[in-house]
Design a binder for this molecule. Structure first.
Ligand code: ARG
Length: 481
């Protein structure tokens, strides 16, 4: 418990209360593997540069490897230290003795924690991309299976125009496809290595930051040590991407919650994903979707929390930065869990074609199509809009859905109505006759399906470019010394 205590810092043991207050170990032990892998790269670089003797480096590297293996096996009891970095060093020192004292040459916990976090977020982002690809594929499969089912779309939460289930699925897929791009950006922001920045101003020892960056799968070293140790932009970018993704999942969830309510009645939750009530025996609740919506609030809170922590910090490292940990570490598991559970839940929504169609037929959602048919016959849009508006009003007065409007009723309003224009009152025609790119027509939807499929492929490719921790460890363990 005395690694970072010298006579200059008072020599004495920290008050237990101070240690407990300042320790980040409870949280940052989630960075154990990252910390060990970062240290392995660091010591290999030190040996390569002749800063520590090769046999010392070998002993450190092998000692770190033995800690790694025990962490993996779930057997490691961490020593009680201020943080994960000191705990690993203390554990190493117990295992290999004196050589461990050379590991911390030319680095500080300030560049170390930044390195660990970059490795962690890189790994988490790759995992998120893989799960995003899976969810996109689930949506596409659902489009293929039941994409043509007709249901109303909504604006202002009022029935708007007929669309297909495929179009609704693709609308949520389009947002997720943008998230693939965003996580690609996040990975880009994680490209550089902090290792070797030291406490704030670099080091007088002849380290090779290019080398340690390369050993950890980074493109190169960051540019300014003072900036690097106080920078969490990569964390904020990640939390923004996470919040936006969660917000998309939340909106999808809200639709599902609505559609499965008795008021809408469009879909039924499969028994495997519906939760019950402890009191009301009849309940079939969409808890999974509500939890996702609830967690999206946490994701957003995490982003705002980190931004508030950063605001107003002076240049360089400040201990405030340790408060980034909760937000950054809980986000990956949250995203992975939500994406995974949606992948399981979406195929278990049973849409009723009949109920959805009934919702179209007893309303007025085809009104725009009818007006556009008049436009095709040469009527000015505003005139057609007025004519159909009058027809809707007459239907409402007669307590009839628009689908039941007769040609006579229509002709009494405008002479351009004929048998053919009245065909657009069939909801399926509304969808079939859409002609614009991005619309709900089957042809436009084929392109959207293709785009989603490609986004899933891109997500997998981006994730595939990330060298995972396990692979890094395996490589570093074998580097010849
Ligand atoms: N536990 C610290 C953190 O997470 C590590 C860096 C500590 N640096 C220091 N100068 N006390 O931010």
């Amino acid at each position: 418990m005395a690694i970072a205590k010298t006579e200059a810092s008072g020599g004495r043991q920290l008050l237990p209360e101070v240690l407990a207050f300042s320790s980040s170990l409870a949280l940052d032990k989630a960075l154990l593997l990252e910390d060990i892998v970062g240290s392995m790269a660091h010591v290999l670089m030190l040996a390569h540069q002749g800063i520590v003797p090769k046999e010392v480096a070998r002993s450190i590297r092998d000692g770190l490897a033995s800690v790694y293996e025990e962490v993996q096996a779930g057997r490691l009891q961490l020593p009680d230290e201020e943080d994960v970095h000191m705990a690993v060093e203390a554990e190493l020192s117990t295992r290999i003795g004196a050589p461990a004292a050379r590991l911390h040459t030319a680095r500080s916990r300030n560049d170390q924690v930044s390195t660990d976090l970059r490795l962690h977020i890189r790994e988490a982002s790759a995992e998120v991309l893989r799960r995003l690809a899976e969810l996109l594929e689930v949506l596409v499969a659902r489009m293929d299976a039941q994409g043509e089912l007709l249901l109303p779309s909504y604006t202002h939460r009022q029935r708007a125009q007929p669309v297909t289930l495929g179009f609704w699925l693709a609308s949520h897929g389009a947002a997720l496809a943008r998230d693939v791009e965003l996580f690609g950006f996040v990975l880009g922001q994680l490209g550089l290595s902090s290792l070797g920045c030291g406490a704030i101003a670099g080091t007088s020892l002849p380290i090779d930051r290019e080398l340690s960056a390369k050993l950890l799968g980074f493109v190169g070293p960051t540019h300014n040590a003072m900036d690097t140790v106080g920078d969490r932009d990569f964390g904020m970018d990640y939390l923004y991407a996470a919040s936006r993704l969660m917000l998309h999942l939340s909106r999808l969830s809200t639709d599902v919650i609505d559609y499965t309510s008795s008021e809408f009645g469009f879909a039924l939750l499969d028994g495997e994903i519906a939760c019950g009530s402890s009191m009301m025996p009849q309940k079939r609740n969409p808890d999974v979707f509500e939890l996702i919506r609830g967690k999206s609030g946490r994701a957003l809170g995490n982003l705002l929390g980190l931004m508030s922590t950063m605001k107003g910090l002076p240049a360089g490292y400040n201990r405030d930065l340790q408060e980034d940990r909760q937000a950054l570490l809980e986000t990956g598991p949250m995203l992975k869990a939500c994406l995974h559970i949606l992948g399981l839940a979406m195929p278990r929504l049973h849409f009723s074609a009949q109920r959805c169609k009934a919702a179209l037929e007893d309303g007025y959602t085809q009104a725009t199509d009818l007006a556009e048919r008049l436009v095709k016959k040469g009527v000015a849009f505003r005139e057609a809009y007025q004519a159909v508006g009058s027809l809707v009003r007459r239907c409402q007065e007669a307590n009839l859905p628009l689908a039941k409007a007769t040609l006579e009723m229509a002709l009494a309003i405008h002479s351009a109505f004929d048998e053919e224009t009245m065909e657009s009152l069939l909801p399926e025609n509304s969808v079939l006759h859409k002609a614009s790119l991005g619309s709900c027509s089957p042809e436009a939807l084929r392109l959207q399906r293709q785009m989603l499929w490609e986004a899933a492929g891109k997500a997998k490719a981006l994730a595939g470019e990330v060298v995972g921790l396990k692979a890094l460890y395996a490589q570093l363990k074998e580097v010849f010394l």
